[in-house]
Ligand binder design. Sequence first.
Ligand code: DLL
Length: 441
Amino acid sequence: MMNQASTVNYWDSAHECMPVAELRELQLERLQKTVKTLWNKVPYYRQKMKALGVTPSDIRSLQDVQKLPFTTKEDLRLSYPYQAFAVPMEKVVRIHASSGTTGKSTVVGYTRRDMDNWSDLVARFLVAGGLTSQDIVHIAFGYGLFTGGFGLHYGAEKVGASVIPVSSGRSERQIQIMQDFGSTALVCTPSYAIYLAEIMQNMGVKASDLKLRLGFFGGEFWSHLMRKEIQEHLKIVATDNYGLSEVMGPGVSGECIQQEGMHIFEDHFLVELIDPSTGAPADPQKGGELVITTLTKEAIPVVRYRTRDLCAFLPNPCPCGRTFVRMSKISGRSDDMLIIRGVNVFPSQIEEVLLGIKGIMPHYQLVVSRDGALDNLEVHVEVSEGFFFDEMKKQQEFARAIEHKLENVVGVRARIKLVEPKTIERSEGKAKRVVDLRKLT
Ligand code: DLL
């Protein structure tokens, strides 16, 4: 299926480059089918729709999706483990679960057809980011209930690449395997990629000692400057990909080698952007919370799932020829927003400022505490080797300059604490960027 004749590679050009009018027709047909299935098979949705006075026959256009109820993570938690399933268990061939930080996690299932679609969608972004069947793919995502490891594994295998299911952890061994097995593509979270680059340095392994050429990173926020760091350290082309377990896992959207926004696989997902506080439609270019309706999922179709992820849609068509709308990088999660002395701030805004400063390493952590009625933000940042820790005055000046920049750009007053290289906890999966001491009291 892959088009190797042209310089742009597609996994499924018939869908990826579909004329928009046809795509909308396909979406409507699939939306109507999904809503009918939910009405007939999932009592929970039927009740919710009845409460809003909507029946499947009211869905006559794509805009009519707005008549349907939202689904939240809490709704899926309440259906724990299997009440949201629209098929009998004998049709379910795989089960994953999201990592709930509080309370029960959400459980998701896949039919054989869901598995087939899932691996196709992962194959799409892998090929869009440059992967071919010649590649040796090193998967350093955790294998388990998390959808990252298995999701990427099946997609890469479908492309025909040679897949090494390393899983996460044992970082020195990861480098050894990359060296010995000749890995050409690395798959993990962006924070683990930058950590692996550091381990390489410690081991005296240079990027030129490896065969890596591509990186497929996702599962957490990373800024453009973080991409630059990773690309420079590992000498690869790094693309971003997005997804969430409640909707499928990785494979909801992914960048092509243009590296300008992630193509949303709209033939399988109908997307909306809403104002997170009112639920009303948001201006796509200004951005809002991403809401997703699955169009082909059999085991757990979801309608208007509130992802809590904030992004915008990019207005112009991509030069790669794909017709799907592109989403910007996720700028934050509505529930990750910190309110520091009345100012709303996202960790991503702070990362953008920090990584733009020479001498700052891509390792930082935000510590939020409460002092009486006021919230305090302390930003711990690592500085590069050879930093003037013995020169108190210079150190203070440097910290004050960063504080000033943060206040100017993000509007938040934070205290900067410069810390020695390699002192902030490293992550082998998703990085913990915020330590909220307010939640501990
Ligand atoms: O993280 C699925 C995934 C695995 C995507 C591997 C890409 C690669 P969950 O564990 O359910 O699923 O977490 C989903 O992670 O709502 C976002 O907040 C965040 N997230 C995922 N991808 C990105 C990304 C997987 N590229 C949650 N940029 C989502 C920013 C991301 N945030």
